[in-house]
Write a protein that binds this ligand. Structure first.
Ligand code: FE2
Length: 481
């Protein structure tokens, strides 16, 4: 390879591509790693095999790299492999980048026209005995959960009509049903959205389609025991712009935000639309139905946080805009016709919300998320937004009480994962990858979730730097073996 990666934050410092597939048996561990932690923590990371063909691109275009931390008997083994997509295979064959702008096939090298260009770099989901690597602009790729070897594109045995599948699925722990959707379901920049359910065995048992008011970057959705919730924020796509070689996404603050809510086990014909002025959100902490009310908790901001979208939208957030983000609860009264709903402040701004699996879709007490706290240190480059988070927080949702932890070293933290405990009354554990900016190496930190403010109870040292994951998920040993 003779081309260099661009000299931009997407490819520099902690964001420098790694391109390493490896196995490390028995990581060096300091502290006390509880032996009851037994399972595998899968993570998906964008890690470009080649520099972008056009000389620039976003972090989010990086080829999917899947990694697995296997926790067993107080030890951790590590494995990392590329998701061998058609895109990686084509670029390896040509020994260069062949793909153009983010989610714009009209800017690709003619030699890869028509090829599946999805990078499957966002979320690893284990369901129905299958490990899937997901990204929202294409179909899942199935991987071997033990070897991480790529098996190929997975579309529920040809049953799934949707051309896309969200990276944010929602599992009902009680039934084992996996709820998901796909936007731009009938092709690039289409308003069609699919709403799907796969049963415990991983068979597709429902697929209905509906249309959203405009093409929107619908990154996540939420499901309660009774409702499915589809927020539509005004980061929009236009086929004409894409065909002309333009960017896929532009923020349009003149458009309203919409929220579609339907009976989750009913039909899309019963979708009720609420609306409010423009805003942005990427991840939802939890949602639940309480009588006639539907509650949705998450971090909201004024604009999409990604610099490549802000630049394309000619948006230059002011310090006031940056400070306006917060964690909120939106409460929808399903008994009142109309488009209005209530908003309540819960906590300071942040993202990467996680909760215990048992709490999903139900009234709950505790949420975990990450924040950037200027008092914990200056901004450090890590991940697709630019500055990484530096503070892990535990929010008591009902009281707003916050416990937080940050390192005293120059450290940014990647998304935390919650690991359940079998000890009655125990809140479980949180694990995350910490980016050590002074050594350019990575550690795995394990916390007691209830006492995260006391710092990690165990630290596993890696002899290399791990690029920032998009998302990860915990799979218990019982589920896997
Ligand atoms: Fe996400």
């Amino acid at each position: 390879m003779t081309t260099k990666f661009p000299d931009t934050f997407d490819y520099a410092g902690f964001n420098a591509p790694m391109r390493v597939e490896c196995d490390i048996y028995d990581l060096v561990i300091e502290g006390n790693l509880p032996k009851e932690i037994d399972g595998v923590w899968y993570r998906t990371v964008p890690d470009p095999q080649y520099p972008p063909m056009l000389g620039h691109d976003t972090y989010l275009s990086g080829d999917g790299m899947i990694s697995a931390f296997k926790f067993e008997d107080g030890h951790i083994d590590f494995k990392m492999r590329y998701v061998m997509t058609d895109r990686v295979k084509a670029e390896r064959k040509a020994r260069r980048g062949l793909f153009g702008l983010y989610r714009n096939p009209y800017t690709d090298d003619p030699s890869v026209r028509g090829i599946n260009r999805c990078v499957n770099n966002t979320t690893p989901v284990f369901h129905g005995g299958r490990l899937l690597a997901l990204k929202e602009d294409g179909l899942a790729v199935e991987l071997d959960p033990h070897t991480l070897e790529t098996k190929g594109v997975f579309n529920y045995g040809g049953k799934l009509r949707s051309q896309t599948m969200t990276a944010h699925t929602r599992l009902d722990e009680d039934s084992g049903d996996l709820y998901f959707f796909g936007y731009e379901a009938s092709g690039l920049a289409t308003r069609d959205v699919s709403y799907c359910v796969a049963n415990r065995e991983g068979q597709l048992v429902k697929e209905e389609w509906f249309q959203v008011p405009y093409v929107s970057l619908m990154h996540d959705f939420a499901v309660t025991k009774e409702h499915a919730i589809f927020p539509v924020f005004p980061t929009t796509a236009d086929l004409g712009r894409i065909k002309a070689g333009g960017v896929h996404w532009v923020c349009d603050p003149d458009l309203d935000t919409y929220v579609g809510i339907m009976p989750r086990d009913g039909g899309v014909k019963d979708m009720h639309w609420f609306r409010r002025p423009a805003c942005s959100a990427f991840h939802f902490m939890n949602a639940y139905t309480e009588g006639k009310f539907v509650h949705l908790d998450f971090g909201v901001s004024k604009f999409a946080p990604f610099p490549f979208i802000q630049e394309a939208s000619h948006i230059h957030p002011t310090p006031e805009d940056m400070r306006s983000g917060r964690v909120v609860r939106w409460t929808f009264d399903m008994s009142k016709p109309g488009e209005k709903f209530e908003e309540y402040n819960l906590a300071p701004a942040g993202d990467f919300p996680r909760i215990a699996m048992d709490d999903h879709m139900k009234d709950y007490s505790i949420g975990y998320y990450e924040r950037f706290d200027p008092e914990a240190g200056p901004p450090l480059v890590a991940g697709p937004v630019g500055a990484g988070f530096n503070t892990l927080s535990r929010l008591e949702v009902k009281s707003g009480k916050l416990k937080s932890w940050h390192s005293n070293r120059p450290v940014t933290i990647q998304e935390e994962v919650h690991i359940p405990s079998k000890i009655p009354g125990h809140e479980g554990y949180l694990a995350l990858v910490a980016d050590l900016h002074d050594t350019q190496l990575s550690d795995v930190l394990v916390f007691e979730a209830e006492h995260l403010d006391k710092g990690p109870i165990a630290t596993a040292h890696l002899p290399l730097r791990l690029r920032n994951q998009v998302h990860g998920n915990w799979v218990t040993a019982e589920e896997l073996f």
